[in-house]
Ligand binder design. Structure first.
Ligand code: GRF
Length: 259
């Protein structure tokens, strides 16, 4: 079921609001005040892995002041990635690890584990990290490793999602935040945001709209995990101890505050 939340200008309040359609308070959700209390208590340590532009990193950095996490380090497999520059500008430790100088994927990922662990992260966040992680890496951070993917998973795993959605004349597209497992784009869903696609849409336009949604739901997802409200138990994702929709907590484009 998709719930359209009343519009408000604080993304951390999405899940604390009364659904527009019923007019009745939802007893499964905490109050706005209790969410804000969680947000200002102890900040959890987050490490971001990326390979390129880093617009999702920027969104995470811009919103961390009112959420329960702090970005303590950014690591890239591409030393010239612009995301590393964004981290430096924000006075966050930034490390470029050139995968080309390592003898194998295993050797690279072993070093990556060491470097990530130096930051003592509570959560590791993939934000446009374009290298497939080894099962060993995923195993090391199981349950505290998440990704954002530009499609309504389980549809359109892998690359080229905008092109494929348009080619298939789909009427809906979106993005999914999910836990990472060794199988590509297949872990348990956390939040999914969707929007309509029309005949006038093109790849660049779709990308901009999807990324605008990512920039809202990714910080929100990181907050929900680091504040302890959202947990992975076995294959199920629990929000405030209640199982969520297996497709992820559903949000609609017109309910998000988009830049
Ligand atoms: C995002 O759109 C995300 O869906 C995908 O990679 C892209 C990275 O963009 N995993 P940016 O580097 O955060 O701008």
């Amino acid at each position: 079921m998709v719930i359209l939340w009343c519009f408000n200008n604080r993304p951390d309040q999405y899940l604390a609001r009364v659904p527009c359609h019923s007019g009745q308070p939802d007893s499964n959700h905490k109050t706005i005040e209790s969410i804000q209390e969680t947000a200002v208590s102890e900040k959890k340590r987050v490490v971001v892995l990326l390979s390129g532009n880093g617009s999702n990193l920027q969104a995470l950095l811009d919103q961390e002041h009112h959420y329960s996490y702090q970005i303590v380090g950014v690591v890239s497999n591409v030393p010239e990635a612009y995301g590393l520059e964004r981290a430096r500008q924000h006075k966050v430790a930034a490390l470029g690890l050139d995968y080309k100088i390592f003898s194998s994927r295993g050797a690279f990922d072993q070093r990556l584990v060491e470097e990530v662990n130096r930051f003592e992260p509570d959560l590791v966040v993939l934000a446009g990290y374009m290298k497939i992680l080894s099962p060993e890496f995923v195993e090391k951070f199981a349950g505290r490793l998440i990704n954002v993917h530009p499609s309504l998973l389980p549809e359109y795993k892998g690359l080229g999602t905008y092109r494929r959605v348009l080619a298939d004349k789909k009427t809906r597209h979106g993005c999914t935040v999910h836990f990472v497992t060794p199988e590509l784009d297949s872990g348990a869903h956390i939040i999914q945001a969707s929007m309509s696609v029309g005949p006038g849409d093109n790849e660049e336009g779709l990308k901009q709209r999807v990324q605008a949604m990512e920039h809202q739901i990714y910080p929100l997802a990181v907050h929900l995990i680091t504040s302890g409200r959202l947990q992975l138990k076995g294959d199920n994702v629990l929000l405030d101890d209640h199982p969520i929709d297996p497709l992820g907590y559903q949000l609609l484009e017109n309910a998000l505050e988009l830049a």
